[in-house]
Write a protein that binds this ligand. Structure first.
Ligand code: FE2
Length: 296
């Protein structure tokens, strides 16, 4: 099996990169820098970027970028993916340079989500200094955060993540939006570094390519300040402040310029992949998280 450490980065596509620059600096509190081919990097820690924006014809989510520990883990991952019959494309020198890795392969999962899997970050190390005073994002070995991806067909996609990509199952939530509505399965999966979930699979379509991504800060004050910046800058609220039952994250949701939501939170738990027993939660949130505001 592949042994993924963490969600290293995500890539969005944009028709107007300047919107992401403003959103990154003024709302999220990231630094920004020009990226190759008129793209943009959003910097959240000492790395060059954790969110890359590339120019294109749609405003959407494009790629989930995964990292493995070293060259040996990368070689083993490539062999595993090949044995599973996954069509791989080698990242060329320009792509590896743009993503700041020594090597990567590209592939799609059974639901058509695009992935890059690489090793060997080599984009330098420069301290993070937020333009709006965010002290730090929780990244490091835990990666950028998590991503929630559309997963249809669900069973085949879940099998791929568990049996080929090697994710552990942290939590299962069978979401029933209304008493007579069909159940939507949401499965939360952890990688080796143990963030409660680095990815969740959602049994639903998502036109923008992603249900949401999550970034994490240090404490409630940082989340409150982000909510004030969201309001001041006119970014759309997608869910009010609340706390999730499964990973205990306290967060709110807002709409990104990529037409997918972003969860801005703090206090998420970690799991020990060696001993964690899958939980079965009964509700999205312990309190708060009114998602109806996103439909207005
Ligand atoms: Fe989330």
């Amino acid at each position: 099996m592949v042994k993924i450490q963490a969600l290293s980065y995500v890539v969005a596509q944009s028709t107007d990169v300047s919107r992401w620059r403003q959103f990154g600096e003024q709302v999220l509190g990231t630094q920004t820098a020009d990226a190759p081919d008129a793209g943009l990097y959003l910097k959240m820690d000492e790395r060059q970027f954790r969110l890359a924006v590339v120019k294109g014809g749609e405003d959407r989510y494009l790629v989930s970028g995964w990292e493995v520990a070293d060259a040996a883990a990368f070689k083993s991952a490539v062999e595993t993916l090949q044995q599973a019959g996954v069509k791989l494309q080698d990242g060329d020198a320009a792509l590896c340079k743009a993503r700041c890795v020594k090597a990567l392969v590209k592939f799609a999962d059974p639901a058509g989500n695009q992935h890059e899997l690489g090793w060997g970050y080599d984009g330098g190390s420069v301290p993070f200094k937020s333009p709006v005073g965010v002290r730090s994002f929780k990244t490091g070995k835990y990666g950028v955060g998590h991503t929630v991806l559309p997963a249809l067909p669900f069973d085949e996609t879940l099998k791929f993540y568990r049996e080929v990509l090697g994710f552990g199952l942290s939590d299962v939530f069978n979401f029933q939006p209304a008493p007579d509505a069909p159940v939507i399965r949401l499965y939360f999966l952890h990688a080796a570094s143990g963030r409660h979930h680095s990815v969740a699979l959602a049994e639903m379509p998502s036109p923008s390519g992603c249900v949401h991504i999550m970034v994490e800060v240090e404490d409630q004050a940082e989340v409150d300040r982000a909510e004030l910046r969201r309001e001041k800058n006119g970014a759309k609220l997608m869910a009010t402040l609340g706390q999730h039952e499964n990973d205990k994250m306290t967060s709110f949701y807002l709409l990104t310029p990529g037409n997918f939501a972003l969860e801005y939170g703090w206090g998420g738990i970690s799991v020990d992949p060696a001993t964690w027993q899958t939980t079965y939660t009964k509700q999205v949130s312990i309190w708060g998280h009114d998602f109806s505001v996103g439909f207005s």
